[in-house]
Design a protein around this ligand. Sequence first.
Ligand SMILES: *[C@@H]1O[C@H](CO)[C@@H](O)[C@H](O)[C@H]1NC(C)=O
Ligand SMILES: *[C@@H]1O[C@H](CO)[C@@H](O)[C@H](O)[C@H]1NC(C)=O
Ligand SMILES: *[C@@H]1O[C@H](CO)[C@@H](O)[C@H](O)[C@H]1NC(C)=O
Ligand SMILES: *[C@@H]1O[C@H](CO)[C@@H](O)[C@H](O)[C@H]1NC(C)=O
Length: 423
Amino acid sequence: MILKVSILSLLFTKLSLINGLENGLARTPPMGWMSWAAFMCEIDCEKRPHECISERLYVTMADQMVKDGFRDAGYTSVHIDDCWMEKQRDSKEKLVADRARFPSGIRKLAQMMHDRNLKLGIYEDYGSATCAGYPGSKGYVETDAKTFEEWDTDYLKFDGCNVDVTEVIDGFKSMKRALSKRTKKMVYSCEWPLYLRVNNHTDWINYTDIAENCNMWRNFDDVYPSWSSILAIIDFYVENQDELAKAQGPGAWNDPDMILVGNESLTYEMAKSQMSIWCIWSAPLLISVDLRILKAEYREILLNRKAIAIDQDPMGKFGKMVQKDGDVRVFLKTIHPIDPLTNETSYAIAVFNKNPKQEKYHQFTLASLGIKSSLGKLKVEEIWSKKVLGIVEIDATIQVKTNPAGTLLFTANIVKNLENYIS
Ligand SMILES: *[C@@H]1O[C@H](CO)[C@@H](O)[C@H](O)[C@H]1NC(C)=O
Ligand SMILES: *[C@@H]1O[C@H](CO)[C@@H](O)[C@H](O)[C@H]1NC(C)=O
Ligand SMILES: *[C@@H]1O[C@H](CO)[C@@H](O)[C@H](O)[C@H]1NC(C)=O
Ligand SMILES: *[C@@H]1O[C@H](CO)[C@@H](O)[C@H](O)[C@H]1NC(C)=O
Protein backbone atom coordinates (compact mmCIF):
# COMPACT_ATOMS: atom_id res chain seq x y z
CA MET A 1 0.00 0.00 0.00
CA ILE A 2 2.71 2.46 1.00
CA LEU A 3 4.63 1.61 -2.14
CA LYS A 4 1.62 2.37 -4.28
CA VAL A 5 1.13 5.76 -2.66
CA SER A 6 4.73 6.81 -3.09
CA ILE A 7 4.68 5.83 -6.74
CA LEU A 8 1.49 7.75 -7.33
CA SER A 9 2.98 10.90 -5.87
CA LEU A 10 6.07 10.34 -7.96
CA LEU A 11 3.93 10.09 -11.10
CA PHE A 12 2.11 13.24 -10.12
CA THR A 13 5.34 15.23 -9.84
CA LYS A 14 6.47 13.98 -13.23
CA LEU A 15 3.16 14.71 -14.94
CA SER A 16 2.85 18.20 -13.54
CA LEU A 17 5.96 19.19 -15.45
CA ILE A 18 3.83 19.25 -18.59
CA ASN A 19 2.05 22.57 -18.65
CA GLY A 20 -1.23 21.51 -20.21
CA LEU A 21 -4.42 23.53 -20.39
CA GLU A 22 -5.42 23.64 -16.74
CA ASN A 23 -9.09 22.69 -16.97
CA GLY A 24 -8.58 19.26 -15.44
CA LEU A 25 -10.09 17.51 -18.47
CA ALA A 26 -8.83 14.89 -20.93
CA ARG A 27 -6.34 13.36 -18.49
CA THR A 28 -6.33 10.40 -20.88
CA PRO A 29 -6.94 10.73 -24.64
CA PRO A 30 -10.63 11.38 -25.44
CA MET A 31 -12.57 8.43 -26.89
CA GLY A 32 -15.85 8.61 -28.75
CA TRP A 33 -17.67 8.63 -32.07
CA MET A 34 -17.54 11.50 -34.59
CA SER A 35 -19.70 11.94 -37.67
CA TRP A 36 -17.34 13.56 -40.16
CA ALA A 37 -15.46 10.83 -42.08
CA ALA A 38 -18.54 8.61 -42.31
CA PHE A 39 -21.27 11.18 -43.06
CA MET A 40 -19.38 14.41 -43.84
CA CYS A 41 -21.79 17.23 -44.77
CA GLU A 42 -24.77 15.12 -45.83
CA ILE A 43 -27.72 17.43 -45.17
CA ASP A 44 -30.32 15.96 -47.50
CA CYS A 45 -32.66 14.25 -45.07
CA GLU A 46 -35.29 13.63 -47.72
CA LYS A 47 -33.02 11.55 -49.91
CA ARG A 48 -30.88 10.07 -47.11
CA PRO A 49 -32.97 10.15 -43.92
CA HIS A 50 -30.73 7.70 -42.08
CA GLU A 51 -27.40 9.26 -43.09
CA CYS A 52 -28.04 12.99 -42.89
CA ILE A 53 -26.45 15.16 -40.15
CA SER A 54 -29.34 15.34 -37.74
CA GLU A 55 -30.49 14.78 -34.22
CA ARG A 56 -31.74 11.39 -35.31
CA LEU A 57 -28.29 10.33 -36.56
CA TYR A 58 -26.54 11.23 -33.29
CA VAL A 59 -29.17 9.57 -31.11
CA THR A 60 -29.11 6.44 -33.27
CA MET A 61 -25.33 6.23 -33.02
CA ALA A 62 -25.47 6.83 -29.26
CA ASP A 63 -27.90 3.94 -28.85
CA GLN A 64 -25.71 1.75 -31.04
CA MET A 65 -22.65 2.65 -28.92
CA VAL A 66 -24.43 1.62 -25.76
CA LYS A 67 -25.87 -1.56 -27.28
CA ASP A 68 -22.60 -2.78 -28.81
CA GLY A 69 -20.44 -2.09 -25.75
CA PHE A 70 -18.55 0.95 -27.06
CA ARG A 71 -19.57 3.16 -24.15
CA ASP A 72 -18.58 0.54 -21.61
CA ALA A 73 -15.21 0.09 -23.35
CA GLY A 74 -14.47 3.81 -22.85
CA TYR A 75 -15.91 5.49 -25.98
CA THR A 76 -17.99 7.90 -23.95
CA SER A 77 -18.70 10.84 -26.23
CA VAL A 78 -20.65 11.60 -29.39
CA HIS A 79 -19.24 14.38 -31.55
CA ILE A 80 -21.11 16.66 -33.91
CA ASP A 81 -18.93 17.99 -36.74
CA ASP A 82 -19.62 20.69 -39.34
CA CYS A 83 -23.03 21.30 -41.00
CA TRP A 84 -25.25 21.29 -37.90
CA MET A 85 -26.25 24.97 -38.05
CA GLU A 86 -28.75 27.27 -39.67
CA LYS A 87 -27.04 29.55 -42.19
CA GLN A 88 -27.90 32.61 -40.06
CA ARG A 89 -27.52 33.51 -36.40
CA ASP A 90 -30.76 34.46 -34.61
CA SER A 91 -31.88 38.01 -33.76
CA LYS A 92 -29.68 37.91 -30.63
CA GLU A 93 -26.72 36.82 -32.77
CA LYS A 94 -26.72 33.35 -31.25
CA LEU A 95 -25.99 30.23 -33.25
CA VAL A 96 -29.02 28.11 -34.08
CA ALA A 97 -29.05 24.41 -34.94
CA ASP A 98 -30.78 23.58 -38.23
CA ARG A 99 -34.44 23.67 -37.26
CA ALA A 100 -35.54 20.82 -39.50
CA ARG A 101 -32.66 18.46 -38.80
CA PHE A 102 -32.33 19.22 -35.06
CA PRO A 103 -35.95 19.83 -34.05
CA SER A 104 -35.23 19.51 -30.30
CA GLY A 105 -32.17 21.77 -30.36
CA ILE A 106 -28.64 21.10 -29.10
CA ARG A 107 -29.44 21.58 -25.42
CA LYS A 108 -31.97 18.77 -25.57
CA LEU A 109 -29.58 16.63 -27.61
CA ALA A 110 -26.88 17.10 -24.94
CA GLN A 111 -29.41 16.03 -22.34
CA MET A 112 -30.30 12.93 -24.36
CA MET A 113 -26.59 12.03 -24.43
CA HIS A 114 -26.21 12.67 -20.70
CA ASP A 115 -29.25 10.48 -20.04
CA ARG A 116 -27.32 7.71 -21.79
CA ASN A 117 -24.20 8.40 -19.76
CA LEU A 118 -22.51 9.86 -22.81
CA LYS A 119 -21.08 13.31 -23.51
CA LEU A 120 -21.79 15.61 -26.44
CA GLY A 121 -19.13 17.36 -28.51
CA ILE A 122 -19.98 20.42 -30.62
CA TYR A 123 -18.12 21.96 -33.60
CA GLU A 124 -17.32 25.54 -34.59
CA ASP A 125 -14.65 27.43 -36.53
CA TYR A 126 -12.79 30.62 -35.64
CA GLY A 127 -13.19 32.07 -39.13
CA SER A 128 -15.82 34.15 -40.85
CA ALA A 129 -17.44 30.83 -41.81
CA THR A 130 -16.90 27.13 -41.07
CA CYS A 131 -15.20 24.93 -43.68
CA ALA A 132 -18.63 24.06 -45.13
CA GLY A 133 -19.81 27.69 -45.09
CA TYR A 134 -21.89 27.90 -41.90
CA PRO A 135 -21.56 30.88 -39.49
CA GLY A 136 -18.09 31.09 -37.91
CA SER A 137 -17.14 32.49 -34.51
CA LYS A 138 -15.21 35.50 -35.74
CA GLY A 139 -16.57 38.46 -33.77
CA TYR A 140 -18.75 36.12 -31.66
CA VAL A 141 -16.26 34.13 -29.60
CA GLU A 142 -17.69 35.17 -26.20
CA THR A 143 -21.30 34.74 -27.37
CA ASP A 144 -20.58 31.27 -28.75
CA ALA A 145 -18.71 30.08 -25.64
CA LYS A 146 -21.70 31.21 -23.58
CA THR A 147 -24.15 29.48 -25.91
CA PHE A 148 -22.23 26.20 -25.69
CA GLU A 149 -22.32 26.47 -21.91
CA GLU A 150 -26.08 27.09 -21.97
CA TRP A 151 -26.44 24.03 -24.14
CA ASP A 152 -24.33 21.99 -21.71
CA THR A 153 -22.03 20.54 -24.37
CA ASP A 154 -18.88 18.86 -23.07
CA TYR A 155 -16.33 19.35 -25.81
CA LEU A 156 -15.60 21.87 -28.56
CA LYS A 157 -13.82 21.04 -31.81
CA PHE A 158 -12.68 24.45 -33.08
CA ASP A 159 -11.68 24.56 -36.73
CA GLY A 160 -9.51 27.04 -38.66
CA CYS A 161 -11.06 27.43 -42.12
CA ASN A 162 -11.49 30.98 -43.46
CA VAL A 163 -8.97 32.45 -41.01
CA ASP A 164 -6.10 34.68 -42.13
CA VAL A 165 -2.85 32.99 -41.09
CA THR A 166 -1.85 36.02 -39.00
CA GLU A 167 -4.99 35.49 -36.88
CA VAL A 168 -4.71 31.74 -36.29
CA ILE A 169 -2.83 31.92 -32.97
CA ASP A 170 -4.86 34.78 -31.45
CA GLY A 171 -8.11 33.22 -32.67
CA PHE A 172 -7.54 29.86 -30.96
CA LYS A 173 -6.32 31.63 -27.81
CA SER A 174 -9.40 33.88 -27.71
CA MET A 175 -11.72 30.87 -27.60
CA LYS A 176 -9.61 29.30 -24.86
CA ARG A 177 -10.00 32.47 -22.80
CA ALA A 178 -13.74 32.61 -23.46
CA LEU A 179 -14.19 28.97 -22.46
CA SER A 180 -12.14 29.42 -19.27
CA LYS A 181 -14.53 32.17 -18.13
CA ARG A 182 -17.43 29.73 -18.18
CA THR A 183 -18.33 27.55 -15.21
CA LYS A 184 -18.97 24.54 -17.40
CA LYS A 185 -15.62 23.03 -18.41
CA MET A 186 -15.27 21.74 -21.95
CA VAL A 187 -12.54 19.74 -23.64
CA TYR A 188 -10.99 22.17 -26.13
CA SER A 189 -9.81 20.62 -29.39
CA CYS A 190 -7.81 22.95 -31.68
CA GLU A 191 -6.57 22.89 -35.25
CA TRP A 192 -3.96 25.55 -34.59
CA PRO A 193 -0.72 23.83 -35.76
CA LEU A 194 -2.50 22.34 -38.79
CA TYR A 195 -3.59 25.74 -40.09
CA LEU A 196 -0.15 27.26 -39.50
CA ARG A 197 1.39 24.36 -41.40
CA VAL A 198 -0.97 24.47 -44.40
CA ASN A 199 -0.34 28.22 -44.63
CA ASN A 200 3.42 27.67 -44.71
CA HIS A 201 4.05 29.00 -41.22
CA THR A 202 5.45 25.97 -39.38
CA ASP A 203 7.97 28.50 -38.03
CA TRP A 204 5.15 29.94 -35.87
CA ILE A 205 4.24 26.59 -34.28
CA ASN A 206 5.10 26.66 -30.56
CA TYR A 207 3.89 23.47 -28.87
CA THR A 208 4.45 24.83 -25.37
CA ASP A 209 2.01 27.60 -26.15
CA ILE A 210 -0.44 25.23 -27.88
CA ALA A 211 -0.45 22.77 -24.95
CA GLU A 212 -1.16 25.63 -22.53
CA ASN A 213 -4.24 26.58 -24.54
CA CYS A 214 -5.71 23.38 -25.95
CA ASN A 215 -6.49 19.89 -24.64
CA MET A 216 -5.67 18.46 -28.07
CA TRP A 217 -4.64 19.73 -31.45
CA ARG A 218 -4.58 18.54 -35.05
CA ASN A 219 -1.08 18.70 -36.54
CA PHE A 220 -1.58 17.29 -40.01
CA ASP A 221 -4.07 16.82 -42.87
CA ASP A 222 -7.52 15.25 -42.42
CA VAL A 223 -7.58 11.47 -42.45
CA TYR A 224 -9.63 9.88 -45.23
CA PRO A 225 -10.37 6.20 -45.84
CA SER A 226 -7.35 5.11 -47.87
CA TRP A 227 -4.04 3.50 -47.09
CA SER A 228 -2.14 6.46 -48.55
CA SER A 229 -3.82 8.81 -46.08
CA ILE A 230 -2.96 6.58 -43.10
CA LEU A 231 0.63 6.25 -44.35
CA ALA A 232 1.03 10.00 -44.89
CA ILE A 233 -0.11 10.63 -41.30
CA ILE A 234 2.27 7.99 -39.92
CA ASP A 235 5.17 9.41 -41.95
CA PHE A 236 4.48 12.95 -40.76
CA TYR A 237 4.25 11.93 -37.11
CA VAL A 238 7.40 9.80 -37.30
CA GLU A 239 9.32 12.61 -38.97
CA ASN A 240 8.33 14.99 -36.17
CA GLN A 241 8.21 12.48 -33.32
CA ASP A 242 10.75 14.11 -31.02
CA GLU A 243 8.97 17.45 -31.00
CA LEU A 244 5.49 15.90 -30.79
CA ALA A 245 6.44 13.55 -27.94
CA LYS A 246 7.66 16.47 -25.84
CA ALA A 247 4.44 18.42 -26.34
CA GLN A 248 2.15 15.65 -25.14
CA GLY A 249 0.95 14.50 -21.71
CA PRO A 250 -2.23 14.22 -19.62
CA GLY A 251 -4.59 17.03 -20.66
CA ALA A 252 -2.62 17.84 -23.84
CA TRP A 253 -2.69 15.54 -26.84
CA ASN A 254 -1.48 15.41 -30.41
CA ASP A 255 -4.48 14.48 -32.57
CA PRO A 256 -3.71 12.48 -35.72
CA ASP A 257 -7.47 12.54 -36.55
CA MET A 258 -10.31 10.03 -36.60
CA ILE A 259 -10.18 6.24 -36.44
CA LEU A 260 -11.52 4.73 -39.67
CA VAL A 261 -11.53 1.08 -38.58
CA GLY A 262 -14.52 -0.56 -40.28
CA ASN A 263 -14.55 1.66 -43.35
CA GLU A 264 -14.74 -0.56 -46.43
CA SER A 265 -11.72 1.17 -48.01
CA LEU A 266 -9.36 -0.20 -45.37
CA THR A 267 -8.62 -3.92 -45.13
CA TYR A 268 -8.76 -5.75 -41.81
CA GLU A 269 -4.95 -5.54 -41.59
CA MET A 270 -4.93 -1.81 -42.39
CA ALA A 271 -7.58 -1.24 -39.76
CA LYS A 272 -5.53 -3.07 -37.11
CA SER A 273 -2.51 -1.02 -38.15
CA GLN A 274 -4.29 2.29 -37.70
CA MET A 275 -5.63 1.23 -34.30
CA SER A 276 -2.20 -0.07 -33.20
CA ILE A 277 -0.21 3.02 -34.14
CA TRP A 278 -2.82 5.45 -32.76
CA CYS A 279 -2.68 3.50 -29.46
CA ILE A 280 1.14 3.65 -29.48
CA TRP A 281 0.81 7.45 -29.78
CA SER A 282 -1.84 7.80 -27.01
CA ALA A 283 -3.97 9.44 -29.66
CA PRO A 284 -7.61 10.41 -29.12
CA LEU A 285 -9.75 7.52 -30.41
CA LEU A 286 -12.65 9.14 -32.24
CA ILE A 287 -14.27 6.48 -34.39
CA SER A 288 -15.89 7.72 -37.58
CA VAL A 289 -17.73 4.87 -39.22
CA ASP A 290 -21.37 3.88 -39.58
CA LEU A 291 -21.73 1.70 -36.48
CA ARG A 292 -25.00 0.22 -37.77
CA ILE A 293 -23.20 -1.67 -40.53
CA LEU A 294 -19.88 -2.32 -38.76
CA LYS A 295 -18.73 -5.92 -39.20
CA ALA A 296 -17.99 -7.97 -36.08
CA GLU A 297 -14.27 -8.39 -36.82
CA TYR A 298 -13.81 -4.62 -36.99
CA ARG A 299 -15.85 -4.09 -33.84
CA GLU A 300 -13.47 -6.48 -32.08
CA ILE A 301 -10.51 -4.31 -33.11
CA LEU A 302 -12.15 -1.21 -31.68
CA LEU A 303 -13.24 -2.97 -28.49
CA ASN A 304 -9.95 -4.77 -27.80
CA ARG A 305 -9.40 -3.96 -24.12
CA LYS A 306 -5.64 -4.43 -24.24
CA ALA A 307 -5.24 -2.07 -27.19
CA ILE A 308 -7.44 0.49 -25.43
CA ALA A 309 -5.37 0.12 -22.24
CA ILE A 310 -2.19 0.89 -24.23
CA ASP A 311 -3.85 4.01 -25.64
CA GLN A 312 -5.23 5.10 -22.28
CA ASP A 313 -2.08 4.43 -20.24
CA PRO A 314 -2.02 7.16 -17.55
CA MET A 315 1.51 8.33 -18.45
CA GLY A 316 0.14 9.34 -21.87
CA LYS A 317 3.43 8.84 -23.68
CA PHE A 318 3.78 9.41 -27.40
CA GLY A 319 5.53 6.16 -28.47
CA LYS A 320 8.24 6.57 -31.09
CA MET A 321 9.56 4.62 -34.05
CA VAL A 322 12.82 3.07 -32.82
CA GLN A 323 13.73 0.68 -35.63
CA LYS A 324 13.38 0.64 -39.41
CA ASP A 325 14.06 -2.35 -41.67
CA GLY A 326 12.90 -1.96 -45.29
CA ASP A 327 9.13 -1.55 -45.10
CA VAL A 328 8.98 -2.58 -41.44
CA ARG A 329 8.91 0.02 -38.67
CA VAL A 330 9.03 -0.83 -34.99
CA PHE A 331 7.45 1.51 -32.45
CA LEU A 332 8.00 1.53 -28.69
CA LYS A 333 5.99 3.09 -25.85
CA THR A 334 6.46 2.91 -22.09
CA ILE A 335 3.33 1.84 -20.21
CA HIS A 336 2.15 0.49 -16.86
CA PRO A 337 2.67 -1.64 -14.85
CA ILE A 338 5.75 0.00 -13.32
CA ASP A 339 8.10 -1.68 -10.84
CA PRO A 340 7.85 0.37 -7.63
CA LEU A 341 11.33 -0.61 -6.51
CA THR A 342 13.33 0.03 -9.67
CA ASN A 343 10.96 2.43 -11.50
CA GLU A 344 11.24 0.18 -14.54
CA THR A 345 8.22 0.41 -16.84
CA SER A 346 6.52 -2.07 -19.09
CA TYR A 347 6.32 -1.52 -22.85
CA ALA A 348 4.04 -1.68 -25.85
CA ILE A 349 5.72 -2.59 -29.15
CA ALA A 350 4.18 -2.27 -32.60
CA VAL A 351 5.79 -4.01 -35.57
CA PHE A 352 4.26 -2.30 -38.60
CA ASN A 353 4.55 -3.36 -42.26
CA LYS A 354 3.79 -0.38 -44.50
CA ASN A 355 3.75 -2.52 -47.66
CA PRO A 356 0.13 -3.24 -48.67
CA LYS A 357 1.14 -6.00 -51.13
CA GLN A 358 3.79 -8.12 -49.42
CA GLU A 359 4.17 -9.85 -46.10
CA LYS A 360 7.43 -9.01 -44.36
CA TYR A 361 9.68 -10.82 -41.92
CA HIS A 362 11.56 -9.05 -39.18
CA GLN A 363 13.71 -10.12 -36.28
CA PHE A 364 14.69 -8.13 -33.26
CA THR A 365 15.63 -8.40 -29.60
CA LEU A 366 13.95 -6.39 -26.87
CA ALA A 367 17.35 -4.88 -26.05
CA SER A 368 17.78 -3.73 -29.67
CA LEU A 369 14.67 -1.55 -29.24
CA GLY A 370 16.29 0.19 -26.27
CA ILE A 371 14.46 -1.83 -23.63
CA LYS A 372 16.32 -2.25 -20.34
CA SER A 373 15.47 -4.68 -17.60
CA SER A 374 17.41 -5.37 -14.42
CA LEU A 375 16.06 -8.93 -14.42
CA GLY A 376 16.95 -9.26 -18.10
CA LYS A 377 13.50 -10.48 -19.14
CA LEU A 378 9.91 -9.43 -19.72
CA LYS A 379 6.59 -11.18 -20.27
CA VAL A 380 5.60 -10.78 -23.91
CA GLU A 381 2.19 -11.18 -25.54
CA GLU A 382 0.80 -10.25 -28.98
CA ILE A 383 -2.56 -8.71 -28.33
CA TRP A 384 -4.44 -9.13 -31.65
CA SER A 385 -3.72 -12.87 -31.90
CA LYS A 386 -3.67 -13.21 -28.08
CA LYS A 387 -0.50 -15.28 -28.55
CA VAL A 388 1.57 -15.35 -25.35
CA LEU A 389 5.28 -15.62 -26.09
CA GLY A 390 5.96 -16.03 -22.37
CA ILE A 391 8.99 -14.77 -20.47
CA VAL A 392 11.49 -13.49 -23.04
CA GLU A 393 15.15 -12.66 -22.33
CA ILE A 394 15.96 -9.19 -23.60
CA ASP A 395 18.77 -10.55 -25.80
CA ALA A 396 16.66 -13.35 -27.28
CA THR A 397 15.77 -13.04 -30.95
CA ILE A 398 12.07 -12.59 -31.70
CA GLN A 399 11.12 -13.46 -35.27
CA VAL A 400 7.89 -12.12 -36.67
CA LYS A 401 5.92 -12.20 -39.88
CA THR A 402 3.68 -9.24 -40.62
CA ASN A 403 0.84 -9.41 -43.13
CA PRO A 404 0.64 -6.83 -45.96
CA ALA A 405 -0.21 -3.47 -44.30
CA GLY A 406 -0.41 -5.35 -41.01
CA THR A 407 0.80 -4.65 -37.50
CA LEU A 408 1.65 -6.89 -34.56
CA LEU A 409 1.03 -5.19 -31.25
CA PHE A 410 2.89 -6.57 -28.24
CA THR A 411 2.96 -5.82 -24.57
CA ALA A 412 6.23 -6.57 -22.76
CA ASN A 413 5.50 -6.42 -19.06
CA ILE A 414 7.80 -6.38 -16.04
CA VAL A 415 7.68 -9.70 -14.26
CA LYS A 416 8.48 -9.48 -10.54
CA ASN A 417 6.50 -8.62 -7.40
CA LEU A 418 3.36 -8.22 -9.44
CA GLU A 419 1.19 -7.46 -6.41
CA ASN A 420 3.12 -4.22 -5.81
CA TYR A 421 2.57 -2.80 -9.26
CA ILE A 422 0.14 -0.12 -10.28
CA SER A 423 -1.79 -1.46 -13.20
C1 LIG B 1 2.72 26.93 -49.41
O1 LIG B 1 3.89 26.58 -50.14
C2 LIG B 1 3.64 25.67 -51.21
C3 LIG B 1 4.99 25.24 -51.78
O2 LIG B 1 5.80 26.36 -51.99
C4 LIG B 1 2.72 26.33 -52.24
O3 LIG B 1 2.45 25.43 -53.29
C5 LIG B 1 1.41 26.70 -51.54
O4 LIG B 1 0.57 27.39 -52.43
C6 LIG B 1 1.68 27.58 -50.32
N1 LIG B 1 0.44 27.76 -49.59
C7 LIG B 1 0.02 28.95 -49.17
C8 LIG B 1 -1.30 28.96 -48.47
O5 LIG B 1 0.64 29.98 -49.34
C1 LIG C 1 6.72 29.33 -26.75
O1 LIG C 1 5.67 29.58 -25.83
C2 LIG C 1 6.05 29.62 -24.48
C3 LIG C 1 4.80 29.69 -23.64
O2 LIG C 1 3.96 30.71 -24.06
C4 LIG C 1 7.01 30.76 -24.26
O3 LIG C 1 7.41 30.81 -22.92
C5 LIG C 1 8.21 30.57 -25.17
O4 LIG C 1 9.07 31.69 -25.06
C6 LIG C 1 7.78 30.39 -26.63
N1 LIG C 1 8.96 30.01 -27.41
C7 LIG C 1 9.33 30.69 -28.47
C8 LIG C 1 10.52 30.14 -29.19
O5 LIG C 1 8.75 31.67 -28.85
C1 LIG D 1 -16.24 5.09 -45.54
O1 LIG D 1 -15.89 6.40 -45.94
C2 LIG D 1 -16.63 6.90 -47.03
C3 LIG D 1 -16.03 8.22 -47.47
O2 LIG D 1 -15.91 9.12 -46.42
C4 LIG D 1 -18.09 7.02 -46.61
O3 LIG D 1 -18.87 7.50 -47.67
C5 LIG D 1 -18.59 5.65 -46.17
O4 LIG D 1 -19.90 5.76 -45.71
C6 LIG D 1 -17.70 5.11 -45.06
N1 LIG D 1 -18.12 3.79 -44.68
C7 LIG D 1 -18.56 3.48 -43.47
C8 LIG D 1 -18.88 2.03 -43.23
O5 LIG D 1 -18.68 4.27 -42.55
C1 LIG E 1 12.79 6.01 -8.61
O1 LIG E 1 12.40 7.36 -8.86
C2 LIG E 1 12.48 8.18 -7.72
C3 LIG E 1 11.94 9.55 -8.08
O2 LIG E 1 12.51 10.03 -9.26
C4 LIG E 1 13.94 8.26 -7.24
O3 LIG E 1 14.00 9.05 -6.08
C5 LIG E 1 14.43 6.87 -6.94
O4 LIG E 1 15.81 6.92 -6.60
C6 LIG E 1 14.24 5.98 -8.15
N1 LIG E 1 14.65 4.64 -7.82
C7 LIG E 1 15.51 3.95 -8.57
C8 LIG E 1 15.86 2.58 -8.08
O5 LIG E 1 15.99 4.41 -9.61
